[in-house]
Design a protein around this ligand. Structure first.
Ligand SMILES: Nc1nc2c(c(=O)[nH]1)N[C@H]1C(S)=C(S)[C@@H](COP(=O)(O)OP(=O)(O)OC[C@H]3O[C@@H](n4cnc5c(=O)[nH]c(N)nc54)[C@H](O)[C@@H]3O)O[C@H]1N2
Ligand SMILES: Nc1nc2c(c(=O)[nH]1)N[C@H]1C(S)=C(S)[C@@H](COP(=O)(O)OP(=O)(O)OC[C@H]3O[C@@H](n4cnc5c(=O)[nH]c(N)nc54)[C@H](O)[C@@H]3O)O[C@H]1N2
Ligand SMILES: [Mo]
Length: 801
């Protein structure tokens, strides 16, 4: 299957001759955002369903938006429309009325599907019945859920060892499904529980776990209303967490100042027009007071600089440092010795900019640092996050009103999944609690994360892959390696709402198990609805209840599917793993919540607490009592050597990021309107100086060539150069088109997270003309469903009510 690795880019199905670039925007959201949201809804679900669905979003008694993990305001502070453009797109994508049926699979062989783009696959609609591709066959054919479970159980039980299987989770899975899933996997006998977090905020979890004793953020939403200063580092909230802009806006109204640290001047960071209010509240003023156009990977140096500034100005909380922390003196000595020239080089910032940032910090009585992928997906990510914590510890800015650490998570329940035990390195006390509750001793050795699972598959050590949601193939790095690894498996199983590339590139036997999404009713025996629970980025846990009819009769929930697979695999075992009552789980999720209340720390009385309006907040010692559950009982300063990422002449540091019109590997459309990109995605952003130095001009077409210490050729062809305000030496292009460039072995120290924001590349003039490539897919989609072109967007005057 030599086609593997040459991923049809989501843009192969687009006529790139339509690609055009306009001036970038200086503000985010506003009425156009609402209009776009409604238009996506209507296109996929029609008018009535759009209204019905969007009004339930993030409401008490409604469902939790799949879009991101930003928390909801308190129940009595919510708007009727507590959603954003991109949340609405995520909902429309799920609540679409389009359907993939058995006839579809009869028409399209897996070889045909492999040649399709993720965009085309996603546009086909919701999966409606279980399908199996049997060994030797090139087509999926219908199968019942129960028969599929039997096939899976038989295969799992035929493996030489439970460690020859790996069980992935994407972060939309509910707490109930996640708890049942990890229990099944551990009862089966392995800790191979990789998840999307391994590619996302793992660096955060590792760093925070080590230095403050808990891998989660320490702020409440209300801290944003009480703070003096917010640093937004390596994050594009206007696109990826639009509801966060409301919190930033509120903070500004209360007098806070904002520093944005980003190689790109992202529209959402510059200004925000709130669609909830007639004019938008920040009149004539941007959101950001200071924008630091940092060089990619320069954040560690910046935070060391700020730490030293705090030291020199005596802005140290001596009492807190002495009673609650350890390692301060070593840290102080280390940052005192900081070399200014190195800081300037690493950050690409001027002394004036650095001093202004320090001045703002020193005059703030409280501050919050927010961060996301621009920080976590670098080789030194764990060190950078420790340095952020150092600054907060030294100044005592943790666990006080308006002060704390705010990693902003991605998938809406990625944090909850971890809390429920989706973790290849779950702590011993968690495993002990499983043992005490269920009477079997779970395996104790750490399992494989995402990168190690891929390696083990490539080496033939892992033969079975199950994806609980997500699109592993397209999300993981080093596409050719990953695709060959998956394709070499004996069996791959995907529990999915929609078709994607991970169904096309599959093992010898492949199974698709369609499942309900967040928006859908989960009815048992036609009598009562089940609800599930989720945890947001600020450790708030609450219920989520869908209202729409299932995509097809008989489609099962994730909990039912896990329970079915578990029963089929473990039935007949003579030890305690054979006695878990899976059918009770599937019938009534409060049975699972009852177990959660005894196994998961902080979840006592879980079922009752999640039934309260707004739910409850999980305990967080640094936030709640300024105490630290580390081995020493104190928060730990980290000493992080400053390494400046050096590039050879001609090389650029490429970051792979999201456009405004995608959800990870799901491409909604081809607009990145805040950055001025229209009707296409195959673009590379370069500074004018870097383009010129390489002999390229805006509009030229280049190939991106990966630079890595092996003899593998990594090329992503035919990207249009867009000259842009981007830090010198840096380039940016969209994920997942650029995943073939991210080497599997290029991962962050200690967290093993692929370095998706630190990919070294060179450019060469392309011989591929992006306007003449084969465009069959877009024509198919257009013929079947009508033209999805962005020109047909609703007029900007559309109002919500
Ligand atoms: N609409 C929408 N919402 C989403 C998602 C989506 O795809 N679409 N994905 C969800 C998920 S899973 C996640 S993890 C989050 C991701 O949310 P983000 O982290 O905002 O996502 P990215 O697009 O990867 O953006 C990274 C940002 O970091 C900046 N950056 C890159 N390198 C550096 C650096 O070295 N230093 C600094 N300071 N900045 C840098 C980039 O310019 C960009 O603004 O969003 C979640 N929400
Ligand atoms: N180069 C590069 N690579 C990256 C990143 C990057 O910034 N750059 N970001 C990384 C990050 S932060 C993340 S989180 C990962 C994302 O990796 P994943 O989470 O694996 O990918 P998604 O694209 O979010 O998964 C989309 C699929 O999930 C399924 N799905 C949607 N909703 C549900 C549901 O409710 N239940 C079930 N069972 N299935 C559902 C649908 O079939 C859909 O096709 O990608 C990572 N990869
Ligand atoms: Mo993520």
């Amino acid at each position: 299957m030599s086609i593997l690795g040459r991923v049809p880019a989501p843009t192969d199905d687009v006529d790139e001759s339509k690609l055009h670039v306009s001036a970038r925007k200086h503000y985010a959201a506003g009425v156009p955002a609402v209009a776009v949201a409604m238009q996506h809804g209507v296109q996929q679900m029609g008018v009535r369903r759009t209204a019905q669905t969007l009004l339930r979003l993030n409401q008490v008694g409604g469902f939790d938006c799949q879009g991101c993990a930003w928390p909801d305001p308190d129940p009595d502070h919510r708007h009727t429309a507590e959603f954003c453009e991109n949340g609405a797109k995520a909902v429309a994508e799920e609540a679409t009325l389009r359907r993939v049926t058995r006839e579809f699979f009869a028409r399209h062989s897996v070889d045909d599907l492999v040649g399709r783009t993720d965009y085309w696959l996603g546009q086909q609609g919701r999966l409606t019945e279980p399908m199996v591709k049997r060994p030797g066959s090139r087509h999926y054919e219908p199968v019942s859920y129960d028969e599929a479970f039997r096939i899976i159980g038989a295969y799992l039980n035929s493996l030489p060892s439970p460690d020859a299987a790996t069980f992935y989770t994407s972060g939309r899975t509910s707490n109930e499904a996640a708890f049942a899933y990890q229990l099944f996997v551990r009862a089966f006998g392995t800790n191979n529980l990789p998840d999307c977090s391994n590619m996302c905020h793992e660096s955060t979890s590792v760093a925070l776990g080590e230095v403050i004793g808990i891998g989660k953020g320490s702020v409440h939403l209300r801290d944003f209303s009480e703070t003096d200063l917010i640093l937004v580092v390596g994050q594009n909230p206007g696109t990826n967490h639009p509801r966060m802009l409301s919190a930033l806006e509120q903070a500004k109204k209360n007098g806070a100042r904002i520093i944005a640290v980003n190689p790109l001047p992202e529209a959402g960071l510059l200004a925000f027009k709130n669609p909830q209010t007639p004019k938008g509240l920040v009149k004539g003023q941007g959101l950001t007071d200071l924008f630091l156009p940092i060089r990619g990977n320069g954040d560690l140096a910046l935070f060391q600089w700020l730490g030293r500034a705090a030291l020199r100005a005596g802005k140290i909380d001596r009492e807190f440092v002495e009673s609650q922390t350890s390692g301060f003196d070593d840290w102080a000595r280390h940052v005192e010795a900081l070399d200014e020239a190195e800081v300037l080089r690493a950050t690409g910032l001027s002394r004036v900019q650095l001093d202004e940032a320090a001045r703002m910090l020193l005059s703030a009585k409280s501050f919050i640092t927010c961060w996301a992928m621009g920080v976590t997906q670098h080789v030194n990510a764990v060190g950078t996050i420790k340095e952020i914590v150092n600054l907060h510890l030294a100044t005592g800015a943790i666990g006080l009103p308006g002060s704390g650490l705010c990693p902003v998570r991605g998938h809406s329940n990625v944090q909850g999944d971890r809390t429920m035990g989706i973790w290849e390195r779950a702590p011993q006390h968690f495993l002990d609690a499983i043992r005490d509750e269920f009477g079997f001793d779970p395996p104790r050795e750490h399992g494989h994360d995402v990168v190690d699972s891929i390696r083990a598959m490539a080496e033939g050590k892992i033969r079975f892959f199950l994806g609980m949601g997500g699109n592993f193939i397209a999300a993981a790095p080093d596409t050719a390696v990953t695709e060959n690894a998956l394709a070499s498996c004996g069996m791959t199983v995907q529990v999915s709402t929609k078709l994607n590339r991970s169904h096309a590139v599959c093992g010898e036997t492949a199974i698709i198990l369609p499942t309900l999404g967040r928006t859908e009713r989960d009815v048992r025996q036609g009598v009562y609805d089940q609800f599930v629970t989720v945890e947001d980025s600020m450790s708030e846990v609450h219920a989520s209840r869908g209202r729409l009819a299932p995509p097809a009769p008989g489609v099962r929930s994730e909990v039912q599917i896990v329970s079915g697979i578990a029963a089929a695999t473990l039935a007949g075992r003579e030890d305690a793993t054979g006695t878990i009552d899976w059918s009770a789980f599937a019938e009534d999720y409060s049975v699972i919540r009852d177990h959660i209340s005894r196994v998961v720390p902080g979840c006592e009385d879980y079922d009752a607490k999640v039934r309260r309006p707004g739910g409850f907040q999980l305990p967080h010692p640094p936030r709640d009592t300024r105490t630290f559950d580390t081995p020493s009982g104190k928060a730990q300063f980290g000493v992080v050597p400053l390494q400046v990422l050096e590039l050879q002449p001609g090389q650029l540091l490429l970051q792979t990021m999201r456009s405004h019109d995608q959800y990870n590997t799901t491409i909604y459309g081809l607009e990145d309107r805040y950055r001025g990109i229209h009707s296409g995605r195959r673009v590379v952003f370069l500074s004018a100086a870097d383009a010129k130095e390489r002999g390229f001009a805006d509009g030229d077409v280049v190939d991106l060539i990966g630079v890595w210490d092996d003899d593998v050729e990594r090329i992503a062809p035919a990207f249009r150069v867009v000259v842009y305000d981007i830090a010198r030496g840096c380039a940016a292009a969209y994920y997942p088109e650029t995943n073939p460039l991210v080497p599997l072995d290029s991962t962050a120290e200690a967290s093993n997270t692929p370095t998706s924001k630190g990919v070294v590349v060179t450019l060469r003039a392309s011989t591929t003309d992006p306007t003449t490539a084969e465009r069959a897919d877009i024509r198919d989609v257009a013929a079947e469903f009508g033209d999805l072109d962005a020109d047909k967007r609703a007029p900007e005057t559309t109002h919500l009510s």
